[in-house]
Design a protein around this ligand. Structure first.
Ligand code: MG
Length: 168
């Protein structure tokens, strides 16, 4: 019997404001910086973009419908736990993650030293191979809220697959 799969891609984006005296959570890790991201949850903009990409690929709406910001349960929530919750939802529909491609848009700090740790954290959370997660970081050339250091943003793309049942 030949295995056949159906495939779905999804994209997600997010942006959060940088504020002093907050811990910077990014890509599932803590990054040393003098500011952090303001949000209802811990503000991990990279995991939020990833969550939206996963939900998009699975045809399951978006982060705001799964975790409404009006619900006090998500106040200060660890975005890693939000990601695990979404992983459970898509796995219940038999989806598995093929790969993740993530871009973090930030003027500062330099994120190159943390990309490996982020890849490990995301691969661990999704229970996929380290080599199937890619993390990129770029500045915005001083332009707009990200370039002016007022915010950080992220863009994520994922590919999901699931077995098509039956004999071929
Ligand atoms: Mg967000």
């Amino acid at each position: 019997m030949e295995l056949r799969y159906e495939y779905r891609t999804g994209i997600g984006t997010d942006i959060h404001r940088l504020m002093p005296d907050l811990v910077l959570k990014l890509g599932g890790i803590e990054v040393p910086f003098d500011r952090g991201l303001l949000a209802v949850s811990d503000g991990d903009v990279a995991l939020h973009a990833l969550i939206d990409a996963l939900l998009g690929a699975a045809g399951m709406g978006d982060i705001g419908t799964v975790y409404p910001d009006t619900d006090p349960r998500w106040r200060g929530a660890d975005s890693r736990a939000l990601l695990l919750g979404v992983k459970e939802k898509i796995e219940a529909e038999k989806w598995e993650v093929v790969n993740v491609d993530l871009t973090i848009h930030a003027e500062q700090p330099k994120l190159a030293p943390y990309k490996g740790q982020m890849k490990r954290a995301i691969a661990g959370l999704l229970d996929i191979d380290f080599a199937h997660v890619n993390v990129k970081a770029k500045t915005e050339e001083g332009l707009g809220p990200v370039g002016q250091g007022e915010a950080m943003a992220a863009t994520a793309a994922v590919l999901l697959r699931r077995r098509i049942k039956g004999l071929f």
